[in-house]
Design a protein around this ligand. Structure first.
Ligand code: GLU
Length: 513
């Protein structure tokens, strides 16, 4: 059996949309499941659409997601170069071979002549304005010109393209691993340009030649390429490579959360969520779009969420590690209809993965977050306990700061108004006694702190429940955070006492007023 080889073949035209990342992911999972190779090929034949930095960005995205290619630009591999622009000289001979075999032809029409053709067709009420079987006989190409004239034009290098010659009234049938048997009629196809006037191949020629030369066994790509499949299949056939043709699968679209249609960059801006894995800065407009990473997603949560946008393993299971995905993935289980993107669900995955992560693995990333806020972590053990205490409350990574900053900086504001209505002298005396007891406490841990608290409450016939909220607000500033005695234990004796004293001073000011 042939070794499985799949490719992810993006064009470096801008930020990589999550639809593209999912295409890469499914290719990667399939390759790894079948002990095959995952190839990255940069399809940069359209120089007008080339965007500086996009290729590096694609690589960075794949690496962040943990789906790095086995072969690709800058990586080892037997099938390089992996940038189509660097393979430019390779394609011409195949285009010429197709002309020789009668499956393609040289077309010398100028852009003006093609425009005139369109105008003429329009005036005649013709719907099909494309350059194809119904008009090629009246255009300036090697099918209509005498051979000597074609020769002469080629000799002086008269600007020309090579077009595929598609015969009408044929059916092209192929098996799509997701959609089953597909049949398409050639009448709707135009004679696509294969080789451009500048000698660059178009996508159609390059994709087929490269998939062949790179021994690609399976092509999994977005649904938007479905309509090009017949042209590609014809090329495989015309080039005499039918026996090596890869198996096809066209992946469903990722749809907008509201309504139908493909999820776009604009939907993200409109509804306030990312559509790129990583932050993308458009070099032309300077626009900066945050990615899932910058929103505070863990790569494993992002990948888990993405894997289920169009696939499931046949059970209700939702949480998958990369290894489980590799084991369970099958292309036949990919759905044929589009999958609606749901940002709330994406956040749910992140929350679940943060909860499941052990504190040590989260520490480097959370430490960095704190550093960005001006807090340099000195005490690793203490920080570990903090991360452990608050991680269940964090949905996105910046929540670690929201949930944990008060361990390092006294709360700027204390929500005293939440205590005042139920405050009284008994409670005041309770806290004064609590301070005194805590000052004498030698073993400062959560159990001792809690026991002392409850004992004093009992002696004073006060309900601990009514005293815990004031304590929390004094320590944290508001009504949030993990267990209040856990917080006191981590804060330490001196800091806990200091914050209670400060809280009491604010309360007494309120009472004087
Ligand atoms: N270069 C195409 C893209 O930008 C790849 C299509 C394919 O995979 O055949 O998506």
């Amino acid at each position: 059996m042939k070794k499985v080889r799949v490719r992810f073949a993006p064009s470096p035209t801008g930020g990589l949309h999550i639809g593209g990342v999912r295409t890469a992911l499914y290719n990667y999972l399939f390759a790894k499941k079948n002990k095959g190779d995952f190839v990255l090929r940069i399809e940069d034949t359209d120089q007008n659409r080339y965007v500086e930095g996009a290729e590096q960005y694609i690589m960075d995205c794949l690496n962040w997601c943990g789906i790095s290619p086995d072969e690709g630009p800058g990586l080892e591999g037997d099938c390089g170069p992996y940038r189509q622009s660097e393979r430019k000289n390779l394609y011409k001979k195949y285009a010429e071979e197709l002309v020789k075999k009668g499956y393609a032809y040289y077309a010398f029409d100028t852009p003006g002549e093609i425009e005139d053709l369109r105008e003429k067709l329009k005036a005649e009420g013709e719907n099909n304005l494309q350059y194809g079987y119904h008009v090629r006989d009246v255009m300036r190409n090697s099918l209509t010109l005498p051979p000597e004239e074609t020769e002469a034009l080629l000799k002086i290098n008269f600007p020309h393209v090579v077009r595929i010659k598609i015969e009408p009234n044929e059916f092209i049938a192929f098996n799509d691993l997701i959609r089953g048997n597909i049949q398409m009629e050639t009448n709707s196809l135009d004679d696509k340009v294969l080789l451009k006037a500048d000698g660059m191949p178009t996508y159609h020629l390059a994709v087929v030649v490269d998939d062949y030369l790179m021994n690609i066994t399976h092509v999994f790509r977005g649904e938007e390429w479905m309509s090009s499949a017949p042209v590609h299949i014809l090329l495989w056939k015309y080039l005499g490579w039918e026996g090596s043709m890869p198996k096809w699968a066209h992946l469903p679209l990722i749809l907008k959360p509201d309504g139908n249609g493909k999820l776009s960059k604009r939907d993200g801006e409109r509804l306030g969520f990312p559509v790129f894995a990583l932050e993308w800065k458009d070099p032309k407009t300077g626009d900066l779009l945050k990615g899932f990473k910058e929103y505070g997603f863990l790569p494993k949560a992002f990948i888990n969420m993405l894997s289920l946008l169009g696939w499931n393993d046949g059970t209700e299971k939702e949480m998958f590690t990369m290894d489980e995905l590799i084991e369970k993935f099958s292309i036949e289980r990919v759905h044929s209809s589009g999958a609606k993107f749901n940002f709330e669900k994406a956040k749910w995955f992140n929350h679940e993965w943060i909860k499941r992560a052990n504190a040590s693995s989260l520490m480097p990333i959370v430490k960095q977050l704190f550093l960005e806020k001006g807090i340099e972590i000195q005490d690793e053990t203490k920080f570990h306990s903090i991360v452990e205490l608050i991680k269940d409350r964090c949905t996105l990574l910046p929540d670690f700061w929201e949930q944990g900053h008060f361990f390092f900086v006294s709360p700027h504001e204390i929500d005293i108004s939440a205590i005042v209505p139920k405050w009284n002298n008994y409670k005041n005396l309770f806290f004064i006694e609590l301070i005194r007891t805590y000052q004498l406490t030698e073993i400062w841990n959560e159990k001792e702190i809690e026991n002392a608290f409850k004992e004093i409450a009992a002696v004073n016939q006060l309900k601990p429940g009514e005293l815990m909220l004031p304590l929390r607000i004094m320590l944290v500033g508001g009504k949030y955070g993990p267990g209040v005695f856990d917080i006191a234990a981590v804060l330490g004796k001196a800091e806990t006492i200091k914050r209670i004293e400060y809280g009491l001073s604010l309360l007494s000011e309120k009472q004087v007023n």
